[in-house]
Design a binder for this molecule. Structure first.
Ligand code: WT7
Length: 657
């Protein structure tokens, strides 16, 4: 693991001026009382009851936090609820049935609006359809769909019948899908014929087919016809057309299954430090409480808002802040299928303008791209409906922060820089926009009810200004419950490093390095493990290395992240070939197709650098950290621990080619 004090790459302390939220924002904010911090601290963990009140429970819980099996905590123990009921029925019942729930913006300018009643109807039909296929409570249903309304509908249908969903990002490969279905023993798959990527029809069904062929279990597949005539497809055995199937259950309703607060709502596979993706399990009560509360307190979402999180539901951001959080609060959530620059670079601003979006949430990589494209694009549109802006996924440095503030937010929208992870379920570090000063370059303090601490190697708090490891010293409701069929790995990955099990003291380790200032504001520096954060998509270096090593002609590979001039992270692969290989171009293209088929095009390296050997310690360990410095054009530290120091110069010159 990396020593965070060696961290000097492009992460400056917040430098720019602080910003205060404007009075006009504060006066309408969901949370504007600074006492919320003290209240939460004084009454922890009971403070979280206030958040749980945002939901409707079938049975009220007996205990807010049960710690007997720590770190397998149970939040709202004894409580019962259903997530789809909370996102749909209660809004329909409370007279908001004709309020828009989802506004879908399709890739080619098509739009669809689902009112809460429309959504309720289709989710019920889908739930009935899933049951008819044999789905029972606790069966894992895999969903492999792009950003079309059927994706959140399928998720809510699963939630309705108590079947955990496992959404697999549509851009991942057949192999990645089959690994995830295998790991979760999932026998049900919802997918589609294909989708449009930029202008082109792209075949999704053939990837799904290849994944299913690889599996031992029989799989029932439901196929959404997204492309119609643009991509004719034939259904095989055990395959049903989504719309035809739902027609059989026209108008049918399904009683929401009352779930124990601790029952699994979903599993989301994410990359860890080994080649095996890990199935992050989220429990129903705590997760929904946490995302509803943060949607309310941090994203300031009101039921009458039109809210847009421009992320993909295939990752946790979309689960928490496109689907569950906003729908639990009964707001209108925008679902966007396309890319930010198609047909033109003002596409997002055109959507904000046309829908009069109130709150907009996106990632720094997108903000940096907007900045590069120039202010003429946002300037083309009326963005005055915007009230609050959010950022998530990686650190946002002061310059893009100021640009976002000025050119998208017209200088008067607060910005929340929200730090969290697949495992935290919801936002954990951020300013409260109706309470706190903003410091561009720092995410903010730990939210009320969260105990984020930056600590040194021994777990001791670091001095302000020093770098350390970002930990969470108390449990929180949205926390990962366990890893799917991986209790031991769960303890090992997150709790071993800084806990004292003997003393029953449990500290969660995030895998990030961070710095904290005198005011308790946290600046997240980046991952200290072998995980690369690529435009908000988490990739494991080991997984990519595995795909490269599977390529004919490759002897060894090491993969590192490089920060490009744009501040985006790029993948650099260092590869040594077998001696007999003389056609590097052929190996390069085999490596690319191997990565594409093992993971997906998103994991393709920016550069593949061939080298006769990789730098190794005397004990034979590859020194990835050194390669990272080489890729980043940095001063190299001491290379005396290397068995083959002479290789370094060679790799440096190869990298520069
Ligand atoms: C990792 C989690 C949580 C949504 C998207 C990614 C990085 C996330 C921030 C932020 C600096 C951030 C961390 C974290 N990260 N938000 N505001 N500032 N870094 O979810 O795939 O689980 O990745 O994203 O490194 O550990 P994820």
């Amino acid at each position: 693991m990396v020593d965070p004090n060696g961290w000097d790459r492009d992460v400056s302390a917040p430098t720019g001026p602080q910003h205060s939220p404007p009075d006009s924002f504060v006066s309408q904010a969901n949370v504007s009382d600074a006492d919320v911090y003290a209240t939460f601290e004084d009454t922890w963990p009971e403070c979280w009851e206030r958040a749980a009140e945002l939901l409707e429970w079938d049975r009220s819980y007996d205990t807010v936090l049960e710690t007997a099996d720590a770190p397998f905590y149970r939040w709202f123990d004894g409580g019962r609820l259903n997530a789809s009921y909370n996102c749909l029925d209660r809004h329909v019942e409370s007279g908001r049935k004709n309020h828009a729930a989802i506004r879908w913006e399709g890739k080619h300018g098509e739009t669809r609006t689902y009112t809460y009643r429309d959504l309720y109807v289709e989710v019920n039909e889908c739930a009935a359809a899933l049951r008819s296929l044999g789905v029972e409570e606790d069966d894992v249903v895999t969903i492999y769909l792009p950003m079309i309304p059927e994706l959140p509908i399928a998720m809510l249908a699963c939630a309705r019948i108590g079947a955990p969903h496992s959404v697999v990002f549509a851009g991942l490969s057949a192999d990645a899908l089959s690994t995830r279905m295998d790991a979760a023993s999932s026998e049900y798959l919802l997918t589609c014929d294909g989708y449009y990527r930029r202008g082109d029809a792209f075949n999704q069904k053939s990837k799904a087919d290849n994944a299913v062929i690889d599996l031992d279990q029989d799989v029932e597949t439901v196929v959404v016809d997204r492309l119609g005539e643009d991509l004719p497809h034939v259904l095989g055995e055990n395959e049903r057309d989504y719309h035809e199937l739902l027609e059989e259950f026209y108008g049918e309703t399904v009683e929401p299954v009352s779930r124990d607060a601790d029952d699994m709502l979903f599993v989301m596979y994410t990359s860890g430090t080994t080649g095996e993706p890990k199935g992050v399990v989220h429990a129903t009560g705590g997760y929904l409480t946490n995302v509803a509360w943060t949607s309310h307190a941090v994203l300031d979402i009101k039921p009458e808002d039109t809210y847009w999180c421009a992320a993909d539901i295939g990752w946790i951001t979309g689960h928490s802040y496109i689907v569950y959080g906003p729908l639990a609060l009964g707001t209108t959530t925008v679902l966007y299928e396309g890319s930010p620059d198609y047909p033109d670079r003002d596409r997002l601003w055109e959507i904000v303008d046309r829908n009069a979006v109130d709150v907009f949430y996106t990632a720094p990589t997108a903000i940096r791209a907007f900045m590069k494209w120039g202010e003429e694009y946002p300037n083309r549109h009326d963005l005055s409906s915007l009230r609050l802006l959010g950022s998530v996924g990686e650190p946002i440095s002061p310059r893009p922060w100021e640009w976002y503030h000025e050119h998208v937010g017209n200088g008067d929208c607060p910005i929340v820089d929200t730090w969290w992870q697949t495992e935290t379920g919801g936002i954990a570090v951020s300013t409260l926009p109706g309470v706190d000063e903003m410091k561009p370059g720092a995410a903010g303090p730990s939210l009320p009810g969260i105990d984020a601490r930056v600590v040194g190697a021994g777990g001791e708090p670091v001095e302000p200004g020093q770098a350390g490891y970002l930990t969470l010293a108390q449990p929180w409701p949205g926390m990962v419950k366990t890893l799917y069929e991986g209790d031991d790995r769960f303890v090992e990955e997150y709790w071993r490093r800084f806990s004292d099990p003997e003393a029953d003291e449990w500290v969660y380790f995030s895998g990030d390095a961070a710095r904290v200032d005198e005011d308790g504001y946290i600046t997240v520096l980046g991952r200290v493990d072998d995980v690369i954060n690529l435009a908000g998509h988490r990739l494991s270096t080991m997984e990519i290395e595995g795909a490269i090593a599977d390529t004919d002609g490759v002897a060894e590979a090491a993969v590192v992240g490089r920060t490009a001039d744009s501040s985006d992270t790029e993948i650099y692969a260092y590869v040594s070939t077998e001696r007999r290989v003389d056609d590097e171009a052929a190996v390069r293209s085999r490596i690319e197709s191997s990565i594409e088929s093992a993971i997906g095009p998103l994991a393709l390296p920016e550069a593949i650098v061939f080298t006769p050997e990789l730098p190794k310690t005397r004990s034979g360990k590859i020194l990835r950290r050194l390669l990272e410095d080489v890729a980043n054009g940095e001063e190299l530290g001491d290379t005396s621990a290397l068995r083959n120091p002479e290789i370094v110069g060679e790799i440096q010159s190869a990298s520069r080619e």
